[in-house]
Design a protein around this ligand. Structure first.
Ligand SMILES: Nc1ncnc2c1ncn2[C@@H]1O[C@H](COP(=O)(O)OP(=O)(O)OP(=O)(O)O)[C@@H](O)[C@H]1O
Length: 360
């Protein structure tokens, strides 16, 4: 047997991993109304990105940023207005429903509203896509049993959806999405009404589906901590555009756009907010600077050298975390001493990392 990335739960698809979903200049414009009431909304605007086989890919952004539209373009539920989309080597744009059918069989989808058949049992719901895919009765039975065990609902096989909790319904939805052994799973957690515990349960199942079956997962969310806990790579969307894209650790440690910075700030509260800054400014003895701490950045020697020249420094705010084996965060330091020596210290820090002077 050849070794794959999924044999080892710690090995994640690398840069050389095969591309399974490719967007190339993909755009989706909705036109609503007629005459004077005609409006155009470009929900997805010239997006180019690659999703790798076997990874968990997060799509993050505020409400209305275009996340759902982007993800629905993968299975052709939203046809592209222009640009190219390819799934597992097959073009999706410009295809008829009939041509899309075999591509869609490789793509499972988890709906936010569960969309379970109320008249079918739990087992019946999971079995449904297998009937449509033409599986034999024996094979269906074995697969349904396997999946219900996977999502921990074997005892509920004969129940109807209305007898289940929200979290259990979601698990049935996942079992059904996985039934016909898709290569890609699309999941939308962005407006999910699930409580935090159930959300965690669902995320764990997605992670297991990814690790155990090697399924590529594309996950929409507007919570950065969801992305942080599960995604290998992430795309940050704003007004239809992908404004930042890359390894989750990279986007976390060095967000380059204000949208990404805002998302990162929601989980890593390592920089003082306005109120905290007002307090720190009132108490400061010298100048307040925020120093970026990243992998490979060592501010220790610079601060020691400054201290030797009579600069006193107090760390007044900050936080440093480790994500995917990389440190990132920031420290706010109050530097006081002879003005020109403090100037030199800030200059020396700027040589090794990003330094931002702040005041209320
Ligand atoms: N069928 C449609 N007709 C017209 N406009 C649409 C349609 N679907 C989406 N839009 C518009 O496209 C933009 C992007 O919507 P989309 O649902 O993709 O965003 P989103 O980031 O997924 O938002 P949310 O997090 O709220 O689900 C919005 O301005 C939305 O109003």
């Amino acid at each position: 047997m050849t070794s794959t990335a999924t044999d080892n739960p710690l090995a994640r698809p690398g840069e050389d991993a095969e591309v399974i979903v490719r967007f190339d200049g993909a755009t989706k414009t909705f036109v609503t109304g007629k005459g004077k009431g005609r409006r155009e909304v470009t929900a997805v605007d010239d997006v180019t990105l690659n999703i790798r086989r076997g990874e968990i890919y997060g799509v993050i952004g505020y409400s209305g940023a275009g996340k759902s539209t982007l993800v629905r373009m993968i299975n052709g539920l939203e046809p592209a207005t222009s640009g190219e989309i390819e799934v597992d080597g097959r073009r999706v744009d410009g295809r008829t429903e009939e041509q899309l059918a075999p591509i869609r069989r490789d793509i499972g989808m988890i709906f936010q509203q569960f969309n379970l058949f109320t008249s079918r049992t739990v087992a019946g719901n999971v079995e449904y896509p297998l009937i449509r895919a033409g599986w034999s009765k024996d094979k269906r039975k074995a697969r349904v049993a396997e999946l219900l065990q996977f999502v921990g609902l074997s005892e509920r096989a004969g129940n109807y959806p209305e007898q289940l909790s929200g979290g259990q319904k979601q698990r049935v939805g996942i079992a059904r999405a996985l039934a016909a052994q898709p290569k890609i799973l699309l999941a939308d957690e962005s407006t999910s009404a699930l409580d935090p515990e159930t959300t965690q349960e669902v995320l764990n199942l997605l992670r297991r589906a990814n690790r155990e079956f090697g399924i590529t997962v594309v996950l929409i969310t507007h919570e950065m901590d969801v992305v942080r806990s599960i995604a290998d790579r992430v795309a940050v969307m704003d007004s239809g555009r992908v404004v930042e894209e890359g390894a989750t650790a990279q986007v976390f440690s060095a967000p380059t756009t204000s949208t990404a910075r805002k998302f990162v700030a929601t989980v890593s509260h390592d920089e003082p907010d306005a109120e905290e800054l007002a307090y720190l400014s009132e108490k400061r003895q010298g100048r307040l600077v925020v120093i970026d701490i990243r992998q490979g950045v060592d501010v220790g020697p610079v601060l020691s050298a400054a201290a030797a020249r009579g600069v006193s420094f107090r760390i007044v705010f900050g936080g440093v975390s480790v994500l995917q084996k990389q440190s990132f965060g920031s420290l706010t330091v109050d530097l006081s001493g002879e003005p020109h020596v403090v100037d030199d210290a800030i200059e020396a820090l700027s040589q090794v990392t990003t330094v931002k002077e702040v005041s209320a």
